[in-house]
Design a protein around this ligand. Structure first.
Ligand code: BGC
Length: 738
């Protein structure tokens, strides 16, 4: 077919080999200044937009921006989020933190592929789900949206999701940068030094930029005294300068931009999702000659070039039958099964507590309000309207159909004890919901002043265009699943106010465990829970996460042993909150130093309750014959054996350390990992690799990298600090500048 619009001709040129940047520059040169300016924000007037979003429009249609009707430029269409598509009904996958626990980037790629396909049924071409802010503290309300506390692991998982999603759509990496507090996100300034920034908080962002991610979303907070949306050091110097990012940059949502002109100068391309803060000052600055039309054109060119590169406008639209299709439901369950982490599994009367070996007619008592709740995570931007979620209760009833399953949420502690006593096993489901942790959607005094910058009135032409877009794009989801129906409001969510279980959950565990020796605690949460006050009362604890649409089935398979647990903790669980970094959810200022998570515990000499990378199995593994080979990459080889009598999977983890280092560094830092599946009795050769960069130190004088000389040690282990780890040493004689 002959191209009929300038945009279609541009796509054809790119398909024929001309560079997208060149073609985009030509196209942008043919735009009027108004058309260019319209591409600098959502071009959706604020008032019509905000009315839509607060009356059911949020999660009813993708957010559109950068459309130029006259030239046939279709614009891009953004949709969240990390655990699945948020517009209309969709498959809910286990949250990213759960997926982090799989330590399986290939599996994550398959999740990205599935989400990418579902996005193409609603016309979305920009995916907002690659959230990789590092878990600095488990109280962070949106912890569940990222993969964990370790930069290498988070980077590999995020790269997997990006690869999968970008087979179908462009993907957005967020929130750049240091956005790991929720309630204070609109106001907090994070101070960070250069080494900490580059060695701790940015390596995973860089990894995903190297993977070819199309788009980066700035964070709400400020870093070193400047808002992320106008932070030249982050956007111009690091992202575009040092890393060579060639895609486009968008802001986080309402009130994501502070100073319109500065944001453009720093390299933010599109203010999302509406016309809020930047349009009026940019128009004024152009009129007064304070900024040039070229500056505007360069931002628009980056956006259009990326759209051309990803074939936006010609991406196939998929049929709705792909949504919630069997393959995606099965995948969601597979991920849930691979993500659950068995933390403790002591013996009761000579037998391990799990798996449950129950005779027909046995009695299973289930306790806890969460056992029967549709509880798949945050209720903010990452909410997925999945129907027919399989709860723990439904999953267990279905699986153990030959047993008597008792559940009555209305019982007092005394009544629960009576039931527990008369049962063969008690399963206590505890943890959180979107009310205790999630995106904070409440009032914030930090945005009050910004309201003054919003245009008083809507541009009637743009308002009309958006109203038409609303009419043409509405994806229905049943009322009981819709955010709007929850009393017309969002859940409050936010950072947790405690990282222990709720008091009533602790009391319930203690009451039940007092009378039932086989008490299994199942925790539903998005990150670490401190368990010291009750852990010794129970023989078995399983971290089941917010486990997606089929989570209850996955749980039953793990409990019964139909699936052998293989999840590993993507963060440390400390014995006490004082072992973690300082956290104040209302902070206006905070310093992020080098130390958090397992690294901090190691430095301070605090033993973890459960270390990073830890998880039990129903079988045992051993590692032998370690080897190291250094070429351009550092390769590690070993043999892994399943020495038990059940099939299973473990994760080989390689930690690097340097004694007598000239700088303070973690005792051990993850540099490579590999999930290995082994039949009972089987042995496999395993190889994994890393680059010299993973050992590098930031030179803060020259702003470059070097690898320190000395005797490096590598531990091949099954978790951080594993006493069974095998040690390899490697000497670097002369410092290497990278
Ligand atoms: C969140 C982003 C999200 C956006 C759009 C914001 O409030 O911080 O993560 O992509 O909303 O829903």
């Amino acid at each position: 077919m002959r191209p009929t619009t300038p945009f279609q001709s541009a796509l054809e040129k790119v398909n024929n080999g001309t560079k997208p940047e060149v073609v985009a520059a030509e196209l942008v040169a043919s735009m009027t200044i108004d058309e260019k300016i319209n591409c600098l924000d959502g071009a959706v007037p604020f008032w019509v937009g905000i009315k839509d979003i607060t009356t059911g429009g949020y999660h009813s249609r993708p957010f559109r921006a950068a459309k130029v009707e006259r030239l046939g430029i279709p614009g891009f269409h953004f949709s969240d989020g990390p655990r699945g598509v948020v517009v209309g009904e969709a498959t809910a996958f286990p949250v990213s933190m759960a997926r982090g626990a799989t330590f399986d980037p290939e599996l994550e790629e398959r999740v990205g592929d599935a989400i990418g396909k579902e996005l193409r049924t609603i016309g979305a071409d920009l995916y907002g789900g690659i959230c990789v802010n590092l878990l600095r503290h488990p109280a962070w309300g949106r912890a569940q949206e990222t993969y964990g506390e370790d930069p290498h692991h988070v980077g590999e998982m995020g790269a997997g999701l990006t690869r999968g999603a970008q087979r179908h759509v462009m993907a957005t990496l967020k929130h750049f940068a240091l956005n790991s507090m929720e309630n204070a996100r609109f106001g907090v300034d994070v101070t960070v030094d250069e080494r900490t920034l580059h060695e701790v908080y940015l390596p995973h962002f860089k990894r995903i930029v190297d993977e070819g991610v199309a788009c980066v979303m700035t964070a709400y907070n400020s870093v070193n005294g400047e808002w992320c949306s106008q932070n030249e050091a982050l956007l111009a110097e690091i992202l575009r300068g040092e890393w060579g990012f060639a895609g486009f940059v968008i802001s986080d949502w309402i009130f994501g931009v502070r100073d319109g002109v500065k944001s453009l100068q720093a390299g933010l391309d599109v203010e999302m999702p509406y016309r809020m803060i930047r349009n009026a000052p940019i128009v004024a600055a152009l009129t007064e000659g304070l900024i040039t039309e070229e500056l505007v054109a360069s931002a628009v060119t980056r956006t259009i070039a990326t759209m051309l590169k990803f074939n936006v406008g010609k991406l196939p639209l998929l049929d709705r039958s792909v949504v919630l299709c069997k393959e995606h439901l099965v995948l969601s369950q597979e991920v849930a099964e691979k993500s659950m982490v068995l933390l403790k599994n002591d013996s009761v009367s000579g037998d391990k507590s799990l798996p449950l070996e129950l005779k027909s007619g046995s009695k299973i008592a289930i306790f806890g309000r969460l056992a029967a709740a549709r509880n798949i995570g945050d209720g903010g931007s990452s909410d997925v309207m999945a129907p027919n979620v399989v709860t723990p209760l439904v999953g267990i009833r279905e699986h153990f159909s030959n047993c008597e399953v008792v559940y009555d949420p209305g019982l007092s502690f005394e009544e629960q004890m009576q039931v527990a006593k008369k049962s063969d096993v008690a399963i206590v489901v505890v943890g959180y919901t979107k009310e205790e942790e999630g995106e904070f959607i409440g009032d914030s005094e930090d945005t009050v002043d910004m309201v003054k910058q919003i245009p008083r009135q809507d541009d009637p032409v743009l308002a009309g265009e958006y109203e038409k877009y609303m009419r043409d794009n509405h994806y229905f989801a049943p009322d009981e699943l819709r955010i709007k129906s929850r009393n017309g409001t969002f859940s409050i969510g936010g950072d947790r106010d405690s990282i222990r279980l709720l008091d009533e959950d602790v009391q319930m565990i203690r009451a039940v465990a007092k009378v039932q020796p086989r008490t299994i605690v199942v925790i539903v949460a998005g990150s670490a829970v401190v368990m010291s006050e009750w852990i010794n009362d129970v023989p078995a604890v399983l971290m089941s996460w917010y486990s997606g649409i089929n989570g209850g089935r996955a749980l039953a398979n793990i409990l019964s042993g139909a699936v052998n647990p293989s999840g590993r903790l993507p963060f440390v669980i400390p014995k006490d909150e004082s072992h973690l970094p300082f956290f104040d959810r209302n902070a206006k200022k905070i310093t992020y130093d080098y130390w958090h998570g397992q690294w901090k515990l190691d430095r301070d000499g605090n033993t973890a309750m459960f270390p990073f990378g830890f998880g039990c199995s129903y079988t045992q593994f051993s590692i032998s014959s370690p080897e190291i080979e250094t070429t351009e990459l550092i390769k590690f080889r070993c043999e892994v054996s399943n020495t038990g009598s059940l099939d299973g999977a473990t994760v080989v983890q390689v930690y690097a350390g340097l004694k007598d280092s000239e700088v303070e560094r973690p005792k051990r830092r993850l540099v490579a990992f590999k999930r290995v599946v082994l039949r009972a009795g089987e042995t496999k050769q395993v190889e994994c690799q890393t680059s010299l960069q993973s050992l590098a130190t930031r030179n803060t004088k020259t702003h470059s990298w070097f690898v320190e000389d000395g005797l490096w040690n590598f531990e091949i282990a099954q978790f951080s600090g594993d006493p069974m780890a095998l040690l390899l040493e490697f000497s670097i004689r002369k410092r290497i500048d990278l």
